[in-house]
Write a protein that binds this ligand. Structure first.
Ligand code: A2P
Length: 282
């Protein structure tokens, strides 16, 4: 089902609701930028805000949310467990730190940021425990391949409800998205605009011209119609707005197919299999 408006939510396998389009905060590293960016995102109607221990900005986000007086229940806050603190006890402890920095007593969604072979099962056990303790409402993973999910299923008491992966027209991970859907796992897209690489695509530019939309809007619409949850980031108010203005047009089946064909398995970020083996991003 494709969303009709920004306030629409989707139902996760654990019964919780999650916004179908979110806002990313990667690389925001000063308070002033965080304040005006979060204000703009809130004003535009974004409710899902995505951060991570590794972004080192949970404290900035927590301060912005307090300063702006945004109601906690209206927000959907996501954070992610960094590779360096994986393992059962370490994860439990590290998440306490995230909660403190974010000035909240629960997260809506906690993800394992990258799969790490050494701590693969214990970190997930810690997430199951945190959910049982009410510290996080939903638990999921990030950058997991089909193989990682299959492996996790051999020991997990409950499976992730979200898998957040790099996803854009040059890396559409069709098999993974299909697998996630079969298993009732929502695929979330990080770098949904391919860190700008896809914004210069001439074919999408033509389509954008035809629909009187921008290239970014065509890409985000393609993601929504695929049932993927994009979390675009921007520190510019006009782009923050532009990225929500994607509900007044539709891509035809042949247009969807044409964008699907642009896939070239082009990553802008790390290869999950290498992080899994080495235990760190490179
Ligand atoms: P900026 O903060 O300068 O707006 P990603 O695909 O990893 O989310 O990266 C997209 C990058 O492109 C962001 O860092 C953002 O930078 C920029 N951006 C976001 N939205 C738009 C847009 N609608 N048009 C052009 N650039 C955008």
């Amino acid at each position: 089902m494709t969303l009709n408006q920004l306030s629409d939510t989707i139902k996760l396998a654990d019964g919780n609701q999650m916004p179908g389009l979110g806002f990313g905060t990667y690389l925001i590293s000063d308070q002033e930028t965080m304040d005006h960016t979060i204000q703009a995102a809130w004003d535009q109607g974004y409710r899902l805000i995505d951060t991570a221990m590794l972004y080192r900005n949970e404290d900035l986000l927590g301060t912005s949310l307090q300063k702006l007086g945004l109601p906690r229940e209206a927000l959907f806050l996501t954070s992610k467990v960094a590779e360096i603190v994986q393992g059962y006890d370490q994860t439990l402890k590290a998440v306490e730190g995230s909660l403190k920095r974010l000035q909240t007593n629960y997260l809506d969604l906690l993800l394992i940021h990258w799969p790490v072979r050494e701590h693969f099962f214990e970190t997930w056990k810690a997430l199951e425990q945190l959910k049982a303790d009410g510290k996080v409402r939903s638990i999921g993973v990030s950058n997991y391949t089909i193989a990682h999910l299959e492996l996790l299923a051999t020991q997990a008491k409950e499976m992730p409800v979200v898998n957040q992966v790099e996803y854009h027209p040059y890396l559409n991970q069709q098999a993974l998205v299909d697998y996630d859907r079969e298993k009732d796992i929502v695929t979330e897209a990080w770098s949904p605009l391919g860190r700008r690489a896809v914004l210069d695509d001439p074919m999408i530019a033509k389509m954008a011209h035809h629909h009187q939309k921008t290239v970014a809007q065509i890409i985000l619409r393609w993601e929504l119609q695929h049932g993927v949850v994009p979390i675009p980031k921007s520190t510019h108010a006009e782009r923050i707005q532009e990225n929500t203005d994607v509900f007044d047009f539709e891509l035809a089946e042949d247009e969807m197919g044409m964008i699907d064909l642009l896939n070239k398995n082009q990553r802008t970020g790390n290869e999950p299999e290498i992080v899994y083996e080495t235990g760190k991003q490179y």
